[in-house]
Design a protein around this ligand. Sequence first.
Ligand SMILES: Nc1ncnc2c1ncn2[C@@H]1O[C@H](COP(=O)(O)OP(=O)(O)OP(=O)(O)O)[C@@H](O)[C@H]1O
Ligand SMILES: [Mg+2]
Length: 247
Amino acid sequence: MTKPGDVIEISGLNKWYGDYQALKGIDLNVAHGERIVVCGPSGSGKSTLIRCVNSLEEHDSGRIVVDGIEMIDNDSINAIRSEVGMVFQQFNLFPHLSILQNLTLGPMKARGMSKADADARAMEYLERVRIPDQAHKKPSELSGGQQQRVAIARSLCMEPKIMLFDEPTSALDPEMISEVLEVIVDLAEEGMTMIVVTHEMGFARRAADRMIFMDHGEVIETGTPIEFFEAPKTERCKQFLSQILQH
Ligand SMILES: Nc1ncnc2c1ncn2[C@@H]1O[C@H](COP(=O)(O)OP(=O)(O)OP(=O)(O)O)[C@@H](O)[C@H]1O
Ligand SMILES: [Mg+2]
């Protein structure tokens, strides 16, 4: 069911890798400004799902509509990609470029911005992720937490309407996790629509409007964080929560 405020509409989404079905008839609508946290066991299809949303993976059947654009051909894929930012577990920064150059590359190459405008925008987003003082360093001179904040700022420089995060803190040392989560919470509070794959349940309680639990390529359970944590409905979800909340 599509509602007028929905910015992502996924229906009957199927994805196969060879003869393995990684996504089985996923239906998911995300409202404008909604914050979704996706969790579930390894191999349940979390990454595949969000990678389908910006067409990093091609889906086999079903519909994906992002901000009113149905993903059907290269033009629609390009239009959707320009509205969707993605942050991965690995930061994927260019090692030979400065932080500032990493941030200005997209806006200058893909959006035709002048260097002065791209620099100004990059500095604005470095302020937002709280590391403007690192602009002239190389990625290798930054901590993992700082590099991930650069990766977030780099996505924001393209001014996406939607942000997708795939386990953005799982490659970080424990002491750097919270500085990255704080930045994502800030974004959430500013009203960014986001889907975050994470097992950081403290973050989920703070920032999520809705939890999605996946297993074996299906959405097994959805609910508000309170419903989800206090009263999980399915055995699989209870088991999963008891495993991750032990740590
Ligand atoms: N490129 C690929 N080729 C073949 N199989 C794949 C590929 N990518 C993922 N898969 C399979 O699809 C299933 C879902 O993978 P996916 O990466 O979406 O899981 P996940 O929930 O993100 O897991 P994790 O928590 O480990 O990141 C897994 O069984 C995985 O082995
Ligand atoms: Mg994954």
